[in-house]
Design a protein around this ligand. Structure first.
Ligand SMILES: NC(=O)c1ccc[n+]([C@@H]2O[C@H](COP(=O)([O-])OP(=O)(O)OC[C@H]3O[C@@H](n4cnc5c(N)ncnc54)[C@H](O)[C@@H]3O)[C@@H](O)[C@H]2O)c1
Length: 295
């Protein structure tokens, strides 16, 4: 199977590309390195040194004999992404390529706009590229449990059956996101659901819990294959941050009253979830949602 991994230089995209390549998928990673630029802007950096993507890909070939193709460009550039989809002719696109920090999106108007333009336009370009090139391509999109917010009832997988004034329907589960970033993911979900309905595209929206861990069987092969380990207040997801704070004897930086309950997912399970979605694709016209976390 031929797969484009969008955001393939990121925390999850890079190990995902290796995971699939090792299992004989033909993989092309796409990234414009905006995340590395935002690190420079924020004065943040991965705890573990991360190698340039070109060197990662070369080290992967050296270690495994396998090739990961590389396409450097911006998902918000339709000419770039439509040409790539046409030339690589993927069976599926795994879309990790978004601005994914809630605090970053809340800094000010500019960061809110940047986040929503980057995410919503990039995602729209991908679905248009699929429609124009080959509507058979299965889109596997990374959503987040944060799209739902924290309602006081059980969270269903995308949809909920509601009875109102004696009539019943299955409707999209209410979304109460808590940041402009999380809102951008909600907008993406709506756009994807809409194009599955009107164009018959097929998509899987994986609402993942907060991911933790940095080690996979592939990242362990060589230090040049490591994925990033963010531990700061902007990019560091909570468990990764707590691990570092515990290791250096820093008090845990708990937000709010500390009584929140969230779903978490180990990075290895993230990789496997995507593989499962690829192996069992959505049907034509189907928009399906899976919530993914370990209780
Ligand atoms: N990390 C988590 O805990 C977690 C949990 C749930 C969902 N997700 C989702 O998974 C996805 C990836 O998260 P991550 O932690 O790997 O983030 P990340 O910031 O490490 O990686 C994202 C990558 O996408 C690239 N990118 C962003 N916009 C782009 C564009 N317009 N064109 C090309 N490349 C672009 C960045 O340069 C970066 O390399 C996000 O969509 C996020 O919402 C992450």
């Amino acid at each position: 199977m031929r797969v484009i991994v969008a955001g393939g230089d990121g925390y999850l995209g890079w190990p995902q590309a290796m995971y699939l390549s090792r299992r004989d998928y033909e993989v092309c990673v796409v990234d414009n390195f905006c995340r590395r630029t935002w690190d420079i802007e924020c004065g943040t950096d991965s705890l573990v040194p991360i190698w340039p993507l070109q060197e990662r890909v070369a080290a992967w070939r050296e270690r495994t004999g396998k090739t990961i193709d590389l396409a450097i460009g911006d998902l918000t550039d339709y000419g770039f992404i439509s040409t790539l989809v046409r030339d690589f002719h993927p069976d599926a696109i795994v879309h990790y390529g978004e601005q994914r920090s809630a605090p970053f999106s809340m800094i000010d108007r500019r960061h809110a706009v940047l986040t929503q333009v980057n995410n919503v336009v990039g995602n729209l370009n991908l679905v248009y590229a699929i429609k124009e090139t080959n509507p058979d391509i299965h889109l596997v999109k990374l959503g987040t449990m944060g799209e739902y917010g924290t309602p006081n009832i059980d969270i269903e997988e995308g949809f909920i059956e509601i009875t109102h004034n004696g009539r019943t329907d299955t409707l999209p589960y209410p979304k109460q996101p808590g940041s402009f970033y999380h809102l951008s993911k909600v907008h993406d979900s709506h756009n994807i659901q809409f194009v599955c309905k009107i164009w018959g595209l097929r998509a899987t929206d994986l609402n993942q819990g907060v991911v933790y861990g940095v080690e996979t069987d592939e990242t362990k092969l060589d230090e040049r294959l490591a994925t990033r380990f963010d531990y700061d207040g902007i990019w560091g997801t909570v468990l990764n941050r707590f691990c570092i704070e515990a290791a250096i004897g820093h008090p845990l930086t708990v937000h709010g009253k500390g009584g929140q309950t969230r779903g978490y997912l180990n990075i290895r399970d993230t990789m496997r979830c995507i593989e499962l979605a690829l192996e069992h694709p959505a049907k034509h016209g189907e928009y399906r949602v899976f919530n993914q976390f370990t209780e």
